[in-house]
Write a new protein. Structure first.
Length: 318
């Protein structure tokens, strides 16, 4: 028995091909737009007299950094900054890490400060590798004695390094996102997903501490909570009450209870946190209270009408 022919199959196939081509073209345009929105190098660039300035890598692919040693330190923090700042803005944060007994190295993304090139996700990863190798090969720190730290968009290269180098000592994230695009879209809608922290963190092996301000309107704190949860038993989430996206780093180091949590984590990152970290528990309980946090930081539910977060290009403006 012959089956009847289905009419217009070529038309449907042509339509499918046209839609696929349109989606691919839109994705290419979207990739370029997102890349331009993610990076905002401050102008004008700083000069060679910046305190602590070092050049890392090769003459063909140099990466600028600021080295801030702590006397007698045997461990170091590799710090990745936000998207609208460069090495001019990192000295106070490196000093806070020095006070905890850590030497600290910050680095600039391609196209920022004295690091040549154009910023992109791939270029940032390559520069992050250069900074990491500098700590290991030039400064003599074993990977297990390096804490990888990222703030805002810097959480992207930090998570990348922690996944690629599973023997790093710890991962410290300040105001991280699930991914760069999801700051705007909340869910993945494109075939590319720059800085996919939520996917990377489960593939890391080191302990993870996430600090996030409860008043952060640029990257709501539910991003940070999801990233910490993705680490499973290795992850710890510490909401910083009242802190905004810009103030969270200093607010965390100024709050005695939060600072005690940071200090304990950095000193013994593999220690269990469920019972020993009463501050994290009480702060998290406060965060779960709908009256304790602004609407911008409540994770939107399906069909909800939460406030739309700002564009990716507004991340971490100093």
């Amino acid at each position: 028995m012959r089956l009847p022919r289905i009419p217009h199959v070529p038309r449907f196939r042509r339509l499918a091909l046209e839609l696929a081509a349109l989606y691919a073209a839109a994705s290419c345009v979207g990739c370029a737009v997102v890349n331009a929105a993610m990076f905002h190098p401050p102008k004008p660039p700083y000069g060679p007299d910046l305190p602590g300035l070092v050049s890392m890598g090769t003459p063909d692919a140099p990466v600028a950094g600021v080295w801030s040693p702590a006397p007698g330190a045997t461990r170091a923090v590799l710090f990745s900054h936000g998207n609208a700042e460069d090495l001019r803005y990192v000295h106070d944060r490196l000093a806070l890490l020095n006070r905890l007994g850590f030497s600290a190295l910050a680095w600039d993304y391609p196209g920022y400060g004295c690091t040549p090139g154009k910023p992109s996700e791939r270029a940032v990863y390559a520069a992050a590798e250069t900074a990491f190798r500098h700590l290991v090969e030039e400064r003599g720190f074993a990977p297990s004695n390096i804490v990888v730290c990222g703030y805002s968009i810097g959480s992207g290269p930090a998570c990348y390094l922690a996944e690629k180098h599973p023997d790093v000592g710890a991962l410290l994230l300040v105001a991280p996102f699930k991914s760069a695009v999801r700051v705007v879209t909340r869910v993945r809608i494109l075939p590319f997903d720059p800085f996919p922290n939520l996917a990377r963190v489960p593939r890391t092996r080191c302990p993870v501490l996430v600090l996030h301000g409860t008043a952060d309107r640029i990257i709501p704190s539910w991003h940070g909570k999801a990233v910490a949860a993705a680490a499973g038993g290795r992850g710890r989430f510490v909401p910083v009450p009242g802190a905004t996206h810009v103030s969270v780093f200093h607010a965390a180091f100024s709050d005695p209870a939060a600072l005690a949590t940071i200090r304990a984590f950095l000193a013994h990152p593999h220690a269990e946190s469920a019972e020993s970290d009463s501050h994290a528990e009480s702060a998290e309980s406060a965060e779960l209270n709908p009256h304790a946090e602004s609407a911008e930081n409540a994770e939107p539910r399906s069909g909800g009408s939460g406030a739309e977060p700002p564009l990716v290009g507004h991340l971490a403006t100093p």
